[in-house]
Design a protein around this ligand. Structure first.
Ligand code: ARG
Length: 460
């Protein structure tokens, strides 16, 4: 059944009908759509816009449709234009005349705005739960590795020693921000649009406050034209998920590198690796690569929707139907990536010996050599120059800084003495960086403490 046949004398072209139908993807909104309609029917009854008997009939009919869809008795298919038309037609088929009163004072424009807001709010809850599981896994692993030395990198060149705990806690901060961004996004999605009608509200005395309460929103939307043409909340959601994916992707890139035998910092468990059809020795980090790869689809969804919206005059335009596949795919992809990443992360085997060995190379203590000279009174810029010359000398001899002789050192500066050798081990270099936010064990334990306070707020 078409919801708008009266004005037309000819049939829609078959190709055009298939082209504009959204049922194949917006069918997943059936629960949000039906629950919205049940609340709407109850409100119509309370306000005397439809009789109490009709309101009951409608709500009962919709509840029946919902349970039949859930149990598989009713399949969402056929020629309906979208999920809204599908449900309304089915309702009329089931209860007759009363079903035709449901849409009084409502438009699919405010209806779809409602459904999408309900959907986005729900997905934010599910995605945040997975992020919190990951945050917890990061803290628990970090706790075991506050003394695990590894090189920190800039430009992917060894830079200064850090610990694995400090490195993991960097990701904690990223995913914590993601959690907070999603909560913030949820605040703006949390406005109830029904009562906006097609664009100019409606003449019926709808009780928007009742709908707001009944459907669990924090507020009602403030402008009917904005309410039906706003997809900011979808774009914000895609943007939040883009950042989640960017963080996951960076982490995956590191796992790909770290599991390469040039690093050998970590082994990905068999459960999250794959082999080669020709090379028997291969063990590939496919899950990490796929998460990294899927990041592109979510960015694509974000850019697609931003672009779809940029030229739209107020208020609703059919272009906005393009929000759905982007939002649905992004939510599905982000959830799948978070789950598989979390499983992979929890089953990693780190190799602290190789990490420490790697930190010993690459002159990661050269800054500490310069800092030692500063403590002896030399200006930092000059100390940098001297330490640089020491590095050059050590490279020439094929040794580490701590393997140079006192005589070699004294050639570069008379300030050198035996105590220089005390500050050069990676453990010492890390322990000396004890500022809040630094890698020293005490500072990382502080970070872990507040991280645990954060994650415990969510565990019931
Ligand atoms: N399927 C449509 C969408 O997703 C529902 C709203 C249709 N409104 C309209 N005036 N054609 O945007």
């Amino acid at each position: 059944m078409k919801l708008w046949g009266g004005r037309f004398s000819a049939q829609t072209d078959e190709g055009a009908a298939g082209f504009h139908s959204s049922l194949s993807f917006d069918r997943r909104l059936y629960r949000h759509d039906i629950n919205g309609s049940i609340a709407y029917a109850q409100m119509l009854g309370r306000q005397g816009i439809v009789t109490a008997a009709d309101a009951d009939l409608i709500a009962g009919g919709l509840a029946g449709i919902l349970s039949d869809i859930e149990s598989g008795v009713l399949a969402i298919d056929g020629g309906a234009e979208d999920i809204h038309s599908f449900v309304e037609s089915e309702l009329v088929r089931r209860i007759g005349e009363a079903g035709k009163r449901l849409h009084t004072g409502r438009s699919r424009n405010d209806q779809v705005a409602l459904d999408m807001r309900l959907y986005v709010k729900e997905e934010i809850g599910l995605i945040r739960a997975r992020l919190i599981e990951l945050l917890d896994a990061l803290v628990q692993t970090a706790k075991r590795h506050t003394g695990t030395i590894m090189p920190g990198f800039t430009h992917l060149q060894k830079a200064q020693a850090v610990t694995l705990a400090h490195h993991l806690m960097a990701y904690f901060q990223m995913f914590k921000r993601d959690c907070e961004r999603l909560s913030d996004c949820r605040k703006r999605a949390d406005e109830m649009p029904l009562g906006s009608g097609a664009l100019a509200a409606t003449t019926y005395p709808l009780d928007r406050e009742f709908l707001k309460e009944r459907l669990g929103f924090a507020a009602v939307t403030a402008n009917s034209m904005d309410a039906v043409s706003d997809r900011d909340f979808c774009i914000e959601f895609l943007s939040c998920l883009s950042l989640v994916m960017m963080h996951l992707s960076r982490f995956c890139e590191e796992l790909v590198l770290w599991s390469n035998d040039a690093f050998a910092f970590v082994e990905v468990s068999d459960a999250y690796s794959t082999g080669s059809s020709i090379m028997p020795q291969k063990k590939n980090p496919d899950m990490a690569e796929l998460v990294r790869g899927k990041t592109g689809r979510i960015y694509g969804g974000l850019l697609g929707l931003l672009t779809a919206m940029k030229g739209l005059p107020l208020s609703y335009n059919k272009d906005m139907q393009e929000d759905k596949e982007a939002v649905f795919d992004a939510a599905d992809t982000a959830k799948a990536c978070l789950s598989v990443f979390c499983g992979m992360f929890k089953t990693l085997t780190f190799n602290p010996g190789n990490m420490r060995q790697s930190a010993l190379g690459g002159y990661t203590n050269a800054t500490d050599a310069a800092d030692w000279l500063v403590k002896k009174g030399m200006a930092f810029r000059q100390a940098h120059e001297v330490a640089g010359r020491l590095v050059l000398c050590a490279i020439g001899k094929g040794v580490r800084l701590e393997e140079l002789s006192l005589a070699d050192l004294k050639k570069e500066s008379p300030l050198f003495d035996e105590t220089f050798f005390d500050v050069l081990s990676p453990e010492k270099c890390v322990q000396a960086r004890s500022l809040p936010g630094g890698p020293a064990e005490a500072a990382v334990l502080e970070a872990i403490k507040s991280a645990e306070e954060y994650t415990q707020r969510f565990s019931v």
